[in-house]
Design a binder for this molecule. Structure first.
Ligand code: SME
Length: 154
């Protein structure tokens, strides 16, 4: 197992221990964003876009760490919108070359977005991490983050 995957494994245990017994979704999302953001140097913007119950084809910003994020993202738009529409993790090595990318912060260079699905199989949010470096996220980030997100929300 790579050093990065080992770190994700440790972070997962820490997150699940802190979340034990906490049912509030905002508290859970805030804690996941905070712990991950402060553990990895390649994280620049870290947070959730939540499926808006009033507009189910739109994401609205949730708990996050970093510079100010856009408030709303329609399904299918940008990297977050693609992850929501396809329900598949997206890794983009160069966001400026991604058609339809939503530039909330022009300093972001690459990103990973993981769909958040609850125990009933419903998409409730996406988890978005941006980096200042190009190609900052790889298969280990995907594996580590998917395990944390599914452990915390499904
Ligand atoms: N870059 C994202 C928008 C959200 S922010 O980066 C915080 C996208 O294209 O989905």
């Amino acid at each position: 197992m790579s050093e990065k995957l080992q770190t994700y494994d440790e972070v997962k245990k820490e997150i699940l221990a802190v979340l034990e017994g906490e049912g509030n979704l905002v508290a859970r999302m805030a804690t996941v964003s905070n712990i991950l953001h402060h553990r990895f140097d390649h994280y620049y913007w870290t947070g959730f876009y939540i499926v808006d119950p009033q507009k189910p084809d739109e994401l609205v910003v949730g708990p996050y760490q970093g510079t100010m994020g856009c408030l709303r993202i329609p399904f299918g738009k940008g990297v977050c919108g693609a992850a929501a529409a396809e329900r598949e993790t997206q890794i983009v090595d160069d966001v400026h070359a991604f058609a339809g990318h939503i530039a909330c912060d022009a300093n972001s260079a690459s990103e990973i977005v993981v769909p958040v699905v609850n125990k009933h199989g419903d998409l409730i949010a996406v988890f978005d991490v941006d980096s200042l470096e190009k190609a900052a996220f790889d298969a280990d980030d995907q594996k580590g983050l998917e395990a944390i997100i599914s452990g915390a929300f499904s």
